[in-house]
Design a protein around this ligand. Structure first.
Ligand code: C2E
Ligand code: CA
Ligand code: CA
Length: 606
């Protein structure tokens, strides 16, 4: 193919390549967070499409030259655009592992054009089978240490996406467009993407859905809690890209799910199925055909102008139709709404599953399915069986991870929730409660009295923190955790300490209350006086939690703050404030902790 070869040489020598940029949108911030650079050959050339370009280069052993030219031109053009957002660049793993790349060619380009590596995300595509995971991991660590972020591209299209994901723990994972196209009418794709989002939650990783083309696709991925998206729906790749996304495209997106109900991670939206509805004017024979062609279809919602007016149940529909003497012959052309005698039960998608269950049991109708709405409009349909399954699954899970004494969630669900909040960039404060003088109390009054104190702490915490304000966890012994998503976390902590101080004397004998404490041996076996039990709280405020990468970083900060709180007598708290650090600095944990004491301010002593 000398023609293509010559064409490629011409393109490379003359650097006749034009980078285009396509926005990547945060569905939470409702704004562009960055742009992916996508290269184009000359418009009149057979090498215009990147597919032909890269295939031809590979055939003639010129992949590396092409990659470097693309990289240089992308960085150069992007710097000129002065967009101040992240730049996502495509890098194939084989090039990533090459010494030239490792020796900092990309860094050199970035320096030359005045871009910071911290704002560059390397997209790795596994378009060839990868076998050397160790090498890949080393290479990725190398680039991370230089400040780059890492994205795994085309998850689901390549050879070893999940393996690479678990080995490389990328900052972003891009779901291949195959899974996004038509997701609103494909339960299999929906389940795949839902599972991918679940994995991402537990790994504190950001998912980017690629190839979002329509409003239906956008609303579906957004309903699944996907945080980032890219595709023609928002903008096509262009030489000079959009700087703002038309806000009308994002209207009603992820409505206040996070703000109003960040704790009930499981709401009606989690069990909603996106079954394509039919209009209430659809002919009965049409609906009949639908059921005949889709054996798995048991329910069909009737929706006009986004509002649901009924649900057709397969069994009821067929038996009614066939029990009539003339059946389809007589009714075939009539509209399907004749089969509907009542409006269906509709439940907002942000309703916690427990409330869904209450609403279902309190109605006199006992339909096996109900409509899930978003701002009153049709957003899906769910069955009572789905609801039961999900509630049972949760109960089993909660029981497995609950503390046997207080029945509060243990560290597993607490950590999961923290990672979810971090991934969704939802602000929260983290408080670590610990009892002072608990051991001597246990020694003198016995374990059973000790258990009662622990239960009293649990009750005090629950009494001051309604479910939609925070999550209370009991991570063992006398250690409690609260993840606050409300703004008044400080006032609530003060109220908890004051409330606890009030009830503690009831657990002591009168003489000890009068003395203000008990005499017993300390750990060294010496007689000592120990004041009444009190609570020490180490708090990490929202500006600081948002700078952490995972629950581990937060727990470290909270332990430090709790130690400081313990130095203060009586019921007291200590707030770790790290406002001084800019988010963009993204320092590793060790640096956070280095001058921790400087950033901590004692605020309150009850
Ligand atoms: P990719 O990295 O998966 O890039 C996304 C592709 O999806 C782009 O195709 C983009 O134009 C396209 N796309 C974006 N939104 C939509 C959508 O809503 N619907 C559909 N159907 N497609 C959408 P493009 O630009 O043709 O690039 C194809 C592939 O070529 C890229 O796939 C990437 O693997 C490769 N490529 C492009 N530029 C570069 C580069 O500079 N370096 C390297 N190594 N590879 C590149
Ligand atoms: Ca890509
Ligand atoms: Ca891709």
């Amino acid at each position: 193919m000398p023609v293509l070869h010559d064409e490629l040489i011409k393109v490379l020598d003359g650097e006749k390549l034009t980078p285009h940029f396509q926005p990547i949108v945060s569905l939470i911030q409702k704004d562009i967070i960055g742009y992916e650079a996508l290269i184009r050959g000359p418009s009149d050339s057979p090498l215009h499409s990147p597919f032909n370009l890269f295939n031809t280069a590979e055939r003639f052993n010129l992949s590396t030259t092409l990659e470097f030219t693309c990289r240089k031109l992308s960085i150069q053009s992007y710097a000129r655009l002065n967009l101040n957002k992240k730049l996502f660049i495509n890098v194939s793993p084989s090039v990533l592992l090459q010494p030239d790349f490792k020796n900092g060619m990309t860094l050199k380009f970035l320096n030359e054009f005045g871009l910071d590596p911290k704002s560059v995300v390397i997209e790795l595509t596994e378009n060839q089978p990868t076998d050397n995971y160790l090498l890949m991991r080393d290479a990725v660590t190398h680039y991370r240490n230089m400040g780059f972020e890492i994205a795994l591209d085309d998850l689901g299209a390549g050879y070893s996406g999940l393996r690479l994901w678990s080995e490389l723990l990328p900052d972003y994972v891009k779901i291949d467009k195959h899974f996004i196209q038509g997701i609103h009418e494909d339960p299999i794709k929906l389940n795949f993407v839902r599972s991918i989002q679940n994995i991402a939650n537990s790994l504190n990783c950001n998912i980017i859905a690629e190839g979002v083309e329509t409003e239906h696709e956008f609303k579906t991925i957004e309903g699944l809690g996907i945080t980032h998206a890219q595709g023609y729906y928002f903008a096509r790749p262009t030489i000079i890209p959009l700087e703002k996304i038309d806000s009308a495209l994002l209207v009603n997106s992820r409505p206040d799910h996070c703000q109003t109900n960040p704790y009930n991670a499981t709401t009606a939206s989690h069990i909603a199925r996106l079954i394509t509805p039919v209009s209430s004017e659809t002919a009965i024979s049409e609906v009949m055909r639908l059921f005949q062609h889709h054996n798995e279809l048991t329910i069909v919602p009737l929706v006009d102008n986004n509002f649901a007016s009924g649900i057709i149940f397969r069994d009821r529909f067929l038996s009614k139709l066939f029990s009539s003497r003339y059946g389809l012959e007589l009714y075939g052309k009539k509209p399907i709404h004749l089969f509907v005698s009542k409006t269906p039960l509709s439940i907002d998608r942000n309703t916690p599953l427990e409330s869904v269950s209450q609403q279902l049991t309190s109605t006199t109708e006992h339909d096996p399915a109900f409509i899930v709405t978003r701002n009153g409009e049709y957003a899906g349909i769910a069955t009572v069986l789905d609801l039961l399954e999900e509630i049972t699954r949760q109960q089993i899970r909660n029981a497995k991870h609950a503390n046997p004494l207080t029945l509060l969630p243990g560290s597993v669900p607490v950590n999961e929730r923290i990672n979810q909040l971090l991934a969704g960039k939802i602000p929260f404060a983290f408080a670590y409660f610990d009892l002072d003088n608990f051991k001597p109390f246990n020694d003198v009054y016995g374990y059973s009295a000790g258990d009662n104190i622990i239960k009293a702490v649990a009750e005090t915490l629950i009494g001051h923190i309604p479910e939609n304000h925070g999550l209370v966890g009991h991570i063992g012994g006398d250690d409690f955790i609260v993840v606050f998503t409300c703004n008044d976390w400080k006032e609530r902590c003060k109220a908890i300490l004051a409330g606890f101080e009030e009830i503690v004397p009831a657990y002591y004998r009168d003489g000890d209350v009068k003395a203000g404490g008990i005499h017993t041996e300390n750990r060294a076996g010496e007689k000592c006086f120990f004041p009444l039990i009190s609570l020490s709280v180490g708090i990490v405020e929202p500006d600081s939690t948002s700078l952490c990468r995972s629950h581990v970083d937060i727990a470290d900060l909270a332990s430090g703050a709790k130690k400081q709180a313990k130095k203060i007598d009586g019921n007291s708290f200590f707030i770790c404030q790290r406002k001084a650090l800019k988010q963009t600095e993204n320092l590793p944990t060790s640096t956070y902790l280095l001058n921790q004491a400087d950033d901590m301010t004692p605020v309150f002593q009850a």
